[in-house]
Ligand binder design. Structure first.
Ligand SMILES: NC(=O)c1ccc[n+]([C@@H]2O[C@H](COP(=O)([O-])OP(=O)(O)OC[C@H]3O[C@@H](n4cnc5c(N)ncnc54)[C@H](O)[C@@H]3O)[C@@H](O)[C@H]2O)c1
Length: 252
């Protein structure tokens, strides 16, 4: 006997799916049979990930989307509906950060981080909500363990991600009885193009990995496995939760 996770009746949108963790999530959801829209600021990156997926027999499209711009979000989601159907799995993965001491962070830098990381996720959730209600959908938001533990030189980012967690829990309470679930995956340090500057700044991957009980940093596939679980029928009684995927670094 074997268990299969079958998302073949799902349409998934992965924001920031053109790189790193988002690319890993889009690839795994497609392997589980979902039709996947890779929504990214970079149309080129989105198309390239979609082509990799379709070349292996999966169903995917690339969609240009700036999550910090409501018109762009609405246009992108309309394209997804037209090409693939209504969204049933929304993964808010795109985010932005600066690595700077709090006192040195300018208002403009802080605003950019909040605009993309928190308000961007809110805009995409609001725009996709009619589809999610229609499809009894699932939201999986990518926060960060920094929102739970705090992180040196990433205070505004940690605050924006804490906002993502609070919004997700609140929305889960509003839409649970309507059949929509919303959960959060909180990664620890995961090796991606986006995290390389942070990893270098704290002394490199080998040094950082010593703080992780499982002895290594994360890979996008580690995060994707948790997202697949929360998007799948294996988690039908789980909503409003935060799952740390961090090799045991954060135990709360
Ligand atoms: N890598 C880590 O260690 C780590 C740890 C905790 C949380 N996270 C979170 O995981 C998510 C992915 O991080 P990553 O390391 O894979 O990053 P990454 O830089 O490798 O990829 C991010 C992708 O998001 C896209 N993007 C950026 N701004 C966008 C916008 N406004 N609209 C649409 N797309 C946009 C980029 O073009 C890029 O393709 C982020 O939310 C990040 O905060 C990452």
């Amino acid at each position: 006997m074997s268990i299969q996770i079958d998302l073949s009746s799902d349409v998934a949108v992965v924001t920031g799916g053109g790189s790193g963790i988002g690319e890993g999530i889009a690839t795994l959801l497609a392997e589980a049979g979902a039709k996947v829209a890779i929504a990214d600021l970079s149309a080129e990156a989105a198309t390239s990930v979609a082509e990799q997926i379709t070349s292996k027999g999966g169903a995917a499209i690339g969609v240009e989307m700036n999550i910090a711009d409501e018109d762009s979000v609405r246009r992108g989601l309309a394209e997804v509906r037209e090409q693939l159907g209504p969204v049933s799995v929304l993964v808010n993965n795109a985010g932005a950060w600066t690595i700077k001491k709090f006192a040195d962070t300018t208002d403009d830098e802080a605003r950019r981080v909040v605009d993309i990381t928190l308000l961007g996720a809110i805009t995409v959730m609001r725009a996709a909500l009619p589809d999610l209600l229609e499809t009894q959908g699932r939201i999986v938001n990518i926060a960060s363990d920094s929102a739970r533990t705090g992180e040196h030189s990433m205070a505004v980012y940690a605050g924006a991600k804490a906002g993502v967690i609070a919004v997700t829990k609140s929305l889960a309470k509003e839409v649970g009885r309507k059949g929509v679930r919303a959960n959060v995956v909180a990664p620890g340090t995961t090796v991606t193009p986006g995290s390389s500057a942070f990893i270098e700044q704290v002394g490199g991957a080998d040094k950082l990995a010593r703080a992780y009980p499982l002895g290594r940093l994360g890979a996008p596939a580690d995060i994707a496995g948790a997202v697949l679980f929360l998007a799948s029928p294996l988690s039908t009684w789980i909503t409003g939760q935060v799952l740390s995927v961090s090799g045991g670094y954060t135990m709360v």
